[in-house]
Design a protein around this ligand. Structure first.
Ligand code: WTA
Length: 654
């Protein structure tokens, strides 16, 4: 295959999925998109049918589907924990549900029966601590089995979980608990990250102290095994299980439209945005896509390497695979510990069938070299997936050749925290693949690329990616229509309902969508979302800083990197000491993973006459590109003074 200078494919011959894969694929009807089109919205009954309902739904989508409220599976009642655990007991109680691979090489195995027991015992314990349906329970844990167990225990009670990524700082945790008015917290003593053990409980305690409201109970899992010092209203997880050994809770039936969880993500404002997902629509959508796109089968061992702290982990480490009754691998560590073949060893040892990861990880694997995957037997793999950011065709081909041995289809799945589940991808048993392009909208999904007037763009033209029809995994606020009013969701067009994803994309003649990246104030780095506004508001809190502009620049290793341009108060020295204070403020305010790759001090920021910072120009400078149109600038002379980026040494950060 030939490439241009940027590694884009010149010769875009689609690659057909191997016949051996197609023959066994869960979905292989070539006319499925047409069928779904004809039968929309009732086509989504196929997703609803993957679940067990306490009360069957009256309509797949009540209310016509042209204007909110959109009530998916209206009238239906179900419990997510029952669907992910109890209903599998008859057929596979001794099958592994969760295969945990610990940071230090230890492993733990939970069969569906083990999972059933522990989810029940912990649910009883939570109820005894006062948790009721609709209470928000915050879960602040790394990748340990107790995290999905706690999620399922909440779901069993109809409580709403709020998972906060373990790497977030105490103040980031506090703000998420504060806004969610969460009075319950489950955390752990600490966990291993790179060389050292981090003190998670300390962060959790600091967050709790700073809250305006009381936390009724904090449960602490012992991960490090050291003696724990529990204060008032703090409980050891293992003690609670012992106290409630063998006890059971009847799963609480929830309306399909009731919340299952909320998750905070980066929006276009300075504050994190809460996205709430529903019990019926969300669960049906993740189960259907895990089956149709990731081709998950109950007998599979399936591994999605995402952290449960983000949406990918919710949907495709926990809910999707467990709803389908498969074995899901949970890996606590990093891919290069103790050696750079750790991922491939886990695949070999567990005979993983389906592996789903992010382009940033694949780029790292590629940099480390093909000898690492080659050392291990990867022949158990049947399908590969990627998510989180665009994948460059060269990286796609490396994944295809060196991990998949040219015999596994790759699904490049486009979706977001807001979509809840995959919405654009090839169907691996139906569609040909085009490296670098995610594929067509899934059956039953209305997605298009439009120009500024909302008209579909011509083939190859760049435009905004929008979803112009409701989908089952849509967030509750979009479904009720309240989200528009609160400004939590961008743009609603005059000529019909439409959700603008905040991404830029093109479409080719076959309808394949190539996603280019974000066009709003969200930077996507290494598959993680950051709000430029949130970072800027932390940085300007530092003494001496006048203004800050945060942008996403190109980075050879991570794809994108966060750069901060900072102008200083008069005569304030822009030195390493100030740089360190800015880094510290970001670490405290958000977490180490948000520290910019580079902090560039500049006398002023490029601004329009109306005083708006022109981030695009800073991006051009950071990426070493020719500067775009500078005619709107009030202070064009500043461009010559802005230094090129000097990158931070990638320290031992999260
Ligand atoms: C980006 C992660 C290109 C996109 C599931 C989106 C992608 C943002 C892809 C959502 C993909 C995700 N190709 N870009 N296959 N998948 N993105 O909310 O910019 O953390 O808007 O959800 O990731 O990030 P989020």
């Amino acid at each position: 295959m030939e490439h241009d200078a940027d590694g884009r494919l010149l010769d875009r011959e689609p690659i057909e999925p191997p016949a051996s894969f197609v023959a066994q694929a869960n979905v292989r009807e070539s006319g499925i998109r047409r069928t779904f089109e004809r039968e929309w919205p009732d086509c989504w009954e196929r997703a609803g049918d993957l679940l067990d309902w306490d009360r069957g739904y009256d309509a797949v989508l009540a209310g016509g589907g042209t204007e909110p409220p959109f009530r998916w599976f209206a009238g239906g009642r179900l419990n997510a924990s029952y669907n992910c655990v109890d209903r599998h007991l008859d057929e596979r109680k001794n099958q592994v549900a969760i295969q945990w691979e610990g940071r230090l090489g230890e492993t733990e195995t939970y069969t569906y029966l083990d999972l059933y027991r522990e989810v029940n015992e912990f649910a009883v314990a939570l109820r005894a601590l006062g948790v009721e349906a609709d209470d928000v329970v915050t879960l602040y844990m790394p990748m340990i089995p107790e995290l999905p167990i706690a999620m399922l225990a909440c779901a069993r009670l109809g409580a709403v979980h709020n998972v906060v990524f373990a790497g977030f700082s105490a103040s980031a945790l506090a703000s998420r608990m504060e806004r969610a008015e969460s009075r319950f917290l489950v955390t752990c003593d600490g966990y291993y990250r790179r060389g050292a053990a981090t003190n998670q409980k300390n962060k959790a305690d600091n967050a709790r102290i700073s809250l305006d409201h009381d936390v009724e109970a904090t449960v602490v899992v012992s991960r490090l095994g050291d003696e724990m010092h529990l204060g008032e209203r703090q409980y050891g997880y293992a003690d609670l299980l012992t106290a409630h050994e063998g006890e059971r809770v009847t799963p609480v039936a929830r309306d399909a439209t009731d919340p299952l969880f909320l998750i905070y993500t980066s929006g276009t404002t300075g504050a994190p945005k809460a996205v709430t997902h529903t019990t019926g629509g969300y669960l049906a959508h993740v189960a259907w896509t895990a089956r149709a796109v990731l081709d998950v089968k109950p007998e599979d061992t399936y591994w999605c390497s995402a952290d449960i702290g983000w949406i990918t982990g919710h949907s495709y480490v926990v809910y999707g695979p467990l709803a389908l009754g498969t074995t899901t691998v949970l890996y606590e560590g990093t891919p290069d510990h103790p050696e750079k073949d750790r991922v491939w060893r886990i695949i070999e040892r567990n005979a993983v069938d389906v592996f789903y990861t992010a382009p940033t990880a694949i780029r790292a694997f590629m940099k480390w070299g093909a000898e690492y995957p080659a050392r291990n037997d990867l022949s158990s793999l049947r399908l590969l997936g990627t998510v989180g950011e665009p994948i460059n065709p060269r990286v796609w081909e490396w994944y295809y050749a060196h991990v998949g041995g040219e015999s596994c289809p790759i699904v490049d799945t486009w979706w977001q925290t807001e979509t809840g589940a995959i919405v654009i991808s090839t169907l691996p048993g139906v569609d040909a693949m085009k490296p670098g392009s995610a594929g067509r909208p899934l059956p039953g999904i209305g997605a298009r690329v439009v120009d500024g007037d909302g008209e579909p763009t011509a083939v190859g033209e760049t435009g905004h990616l929008v979803l112009d029809r409701p989908w089952p995994g849509m967030p509750a606020a979009l479904a009720t229509g309240e989200g528009w009013a609160s400004g939590g969701y961008p743009r609603r067009s005059a000529d019909g309902w439409r959700y603008a994803a905040g991404d830029e994309a093109t479409v080719d003649a076959d309808g394949y969508v190539t996603v280019l990246g974000r066009i709003d104030d969200v930077v996507n780095v290494a598959g993680r979302r950051f709000s430029t506004m949130e970072l800027e508001s932390r940085i300007v809190e530092v003494e001496g800083v006048a203004e800050a502009a945060v942008i996403g620049g190109d980075d050879r290793d991570t794809g994108r990197a966060v750069y901060a341009y900072v102008s200083l108060e008069r005569d304030y020295p822009g030195d390493d000491c100030l740089r360190a204070r800015i880094e510290e403020r970001v670490r405290e305010g958000i977490g180490p993973m948000a520290i910019p790759e580079a902090i560039v001090f500049t006398p002023d920021l490029p601004k329009t006459r109306s005083g708006k910072i022109m981030r695009r120009l800073l991006e051009d400078i950071a990426n070493g590109e020719a500067l775009g149109d500078t005619s709107a600038l009030r202070n064009p002379e500043i461009l010559g003074e802005i230094e090129s980026v000097v990158r931070r040494d990638p320290a031992d950060e999260e």
